[in-house]
Design a protein around this ligand. Structure first.
Ligand SMILES: [Zn+2]
Ligand SMILES: [Zn+2]
Length: 237
């Protein structure tokens, strides 16, 4: 199969072998994992909480995992594992979202009825210093896709990170993390979010401290509802 010049350029930054299984990656659209690993992607739990999509034994309105959650709803494509995890880790190093992941995001967002009343999309901001170091904000790139799929405006800069926090330490407990993020964000234009249904976008949901702090900040500025979307969520079961 012939490869275009663009493919050639991309192949310089991409491995030709799947990061997960080592088999050849046939299409650059698949990014750094092969088609088989994309197909093996773990999906959403079959029995899940209506509010946060955590697996539950009996489908419910609210589960132990979201009792303290500040978001009105949380949605994601699947567990933080396999091809999703590999691509999110890659996105921290290169500002590139492969076509397969873009399609997965668009499909996931478009079929999500909850998001029909979203009026505004906000990426979780990096602190300006961190963004300068990295050169881009990965949540921005994901939020672009989502805003486009929903046909809603993406507003960068409405939510700003004003406190610089050290990168997340493994092992720091959820409470310590939540405390370190208190008053970390500000809304620069209350007018932009007042009485609106806002969707906040990040790459991954682990303890939830970041997205929930964003949700509290946006709600305090007058938003009617705050939903969250991440590509993947860590699920213990
Ligand atoms: Zn593979
Ligand atoms: Zn829940």
């Amino acid at each position: 199969m012939g490869r275009s010049f663009a493919d050639f350029v991309l192949s310089v930054i991409f491995p030709s072998r799947c990061m997960l299984c080592g088999e050849p990656v046939e299409s650059l659209a698949d990014g750094i994992t092969c088609a088989a690993c994309w197909s093996a992607l773990a999906r959403l739990p079959a029995a899940r909480c209506a509010r946060c999509y955590a697996p539950v034994n009996v489908p419910s309105e609210r589960c132990p995992a979201c009792r303290e959650m500040a978001l009105d709803r949380l949605r994601f494509l699947g567990p933080y594992a396999g091809a999703l995890r590999a691509h999110l880790l890659f996105l921290k190093r290169k500002p590139y979202v492969c076509r397969r992941l873009r399609e997965e995001i668009r499909k996931g967002v478009a079929t999500e009825l909850t998001f029909r009343d979203v009026e505004l999309v906000l990426p979780v901001p990096l602190h300006p210093r961190r963004q300068r170091e990295r050169g881009y904000n990965q949540a921005d790139l994901l939020a672009e896709e989502i805003a486009c799929a929903l046909g809603r405006p993406l507003r960068r800069g409405v939510l700003r990170r004003v406190l610089y926090t050290e990168p997340h330490r493994a092992g720091a407990d959820a409470w310590a993390r939540a405390r370190s993020l208190a008053r970390c964000f500000v809304v620069t234009s209350a007018e932009a979010v007042r009485e609106k249904v806002v969707l906040v976008v990040d790459d991954v949901y682990t303890t939830g401290a970041t997205l929930n702090e964003c949700a509290r900040t946006v709600r305090a500025a007058g938003a009617r509802a705050v939903y969250g979307f991440v590509v993947a969520r860590t699920l213990s079961s």
